[in-house]
Design a protein around this ligand. Structure first.
Ligand code: ATR
Length: 271
């Protein structure tokens, strides 16, 4: 039976992962499939009970199940434990492993598009995406300052990760003055959400500006940063790079993030 992989969510129709994995299956000539699995929270136990007999070798997990799937795993990888959420599932020696590839995706993309980047880092936002980003920044020993609408969420992350401090919004200009990289992990600037209103003037010209939002591809933050001469990194590359490890686990071959793949997704996002 050809290997089947899934993206598990609810709703899940908006996911771009089928386009991404479908491209690799097609262009690499791999026999297998990548399918939408729209499962309600109360259906998760049944889904995992039947997953193996249905020929599934693993898959991705998206909203709202990234935390809820954790009890169904035999074990969690180091990233999933640090981040507190699972985005990729595979079998190892018959046991179901829950991993998180968002940190690898974040770092691989940043290293590719802004080689030589360095801290200190200013991170805007303290949600699930912030955790993966902060974990990556800390793996590279960058000091991290978090600014978030709800101070308590930033405080909780500062307690969870060493080398991380939480700050009030009005400290942002001062924090930017000493920053090597600014990362927006909040949903501000995303299509349908309010804009991210920040004045980049205090940020040193050498600082990298990374917005993990990818709809639209060029957010106001990225446009302002480009106009000021900063190196910029948009959010699409993180999505592409986080998918590599999952595909390799399920189908046994390591796919490449190519300009053609990026163009395919860009065209879909802009459509
Ligand atoms: P994700 O998993 O994608 O990170 P999330 O956990 O809902 O999503 O986190 C969204 C982030 O965007 C949070 O930091 C949130 O701030 P709060 O912690 O105060 O909720 C931030 N965010 C969302 N809408 C916002 C808004 N209108 N103004 C400021 N921050 C906002």
């Amino acid at each position: 039976m050809a290997a089947r992989a899934f993206v598990l969510g609810h709703p899940v129709g908006h996911s771009r992962s089928p386009m991404l994995h479908g491209y690799w299956l097609r262009t690499m000539g791999v026999r297998g499939s990548y399918e939408l699995a729209d499962v309600r929270p109360e259906g998760l136990a049944d889904f995992f009970a039947k997953m193996k007999s249905r020929g599934f070798v693993g898959g991705n997990v998206t909203v709202p199940h990234k935390v809820a799937v954790m009890p169904f795993m035999s074990r969690l990888d180091e990233e999933a434990r640090a981040i507190g959420a699972v985005n990729t599932i595979w079998f190892e020696d018959g046991a179901l492993v829950g991993g998180n590839t968002d940190t690898i995706g974040f770092l691989a993309n940043l290293d590719e598009l802004a080689p030589g980047w360095e801290g200190p880092a200013v991170v805007i936002g303290a949600g699930g995406a912030a955790r993966a980003v902060i974990h990556g920044l800390r793996q590279r020993r960058a000091l991290v300052h978090i600014v978030n609408r709800t101070r308590a969420h930033a405080d909780a992350l500062a307690e969870r990760f060493g080398g991380v401090t939480a700050h009030a919004w009005d400290e942002l200009p001062e924090l930017m003055r000493g920053a090597g990289i600014l990362v927006n992990t909040s949903s501000l600037g995303m299509q349908g959400k309010p804009r991210l209103e920040i004045d980049l003037a205090p940020l040193p010209r050498r600082a990298v500006v990374h917005d993990i939002v990818y709809v639209p591809l060029e957010t106001d933050l990225i446009r302002d940063a480009k106009a000021r001469g900063h190196r910029t990194v948009d959010g699409l590359g993180m999505l592409l790079h986080q998918a590599v490890a999952g595909f390799a686990h399920w189908f046994g071959v390591v796919p490449q993030v190519t300009p053609e793949l990026r163009a395919l997704l860009e065209a879909d996002i802009s459509a």
